[in-house]
Design a protein around this ligand. Sequence first.
Ligand SMILES: C[S@@+](CC[C@H](N)C(=O)[O-])C[C@H]1O[C@@H](n2cnc3c(N)ncnc32)[C@H](O)[C@@H]1O
Length: 166
Amino acid sequence: MSFGLDVPFVPTPEPVVRRMLELADVKRGTVVYDLGAGDGRILIIAAKDFGATAVGVEAHPGRAALIEKRIAEEGLADKITLIRDDFFKVDVSKADVLALYLLTSVDQKLEPKLEKELKPGAKIVSHDFPFPGWVPERVERVRDTPFEHQIYVYVMPPKRQQGWQA
Ligand SMILES: C[S@@+](CC[C@H](N)C(=O)[O-])C[C@H]1O[C@@H](n2cnc3c(N)ncnc32)[C@H](O)[C@@H]1O
């Protein structure tokens, strides 16, 4: 059953997660959202190792249950909230940082929502898939053998790509 998901589950390797959170300057008290939280690894690393408050949105029931189990096992219920829903329906205005691993086609659909909801200075770190209408502040390559990954960093409000039309 597909549950109408916009993106399949592929986890971000942990070294890439750590670099995403470093590039977004995540520290104690930073509010980090992961839209499509998968197995919860970004939430857990952000809360456990960076002191962040994390919010995950996951629409797949099995993965949401796994995340809840991991939160309980790690004793992080006071630091991580899981929302079982479609991320297009969830308000993200409280986020300081969005850590994402989606698809460029989905990023493109999210652009108007994020421009409307995210506060000035909020950061987005996107694994491998850029937002096509925006110019990244920074792009970094991270090697996690045998693969190379890209991290795209955006700061709200984003610079728009010249001449880009959705
Ligand atoms: C590529 S995985 C990324 C997992 C995690 N963020 C990571 O980087 O390790 C994408 C996740 O998004 C979830 N997903 C896809 N479409 C969704 C939607 N519309 N609302 C909520 N979750 C969704 C999938 O179930 C999957 O777990």
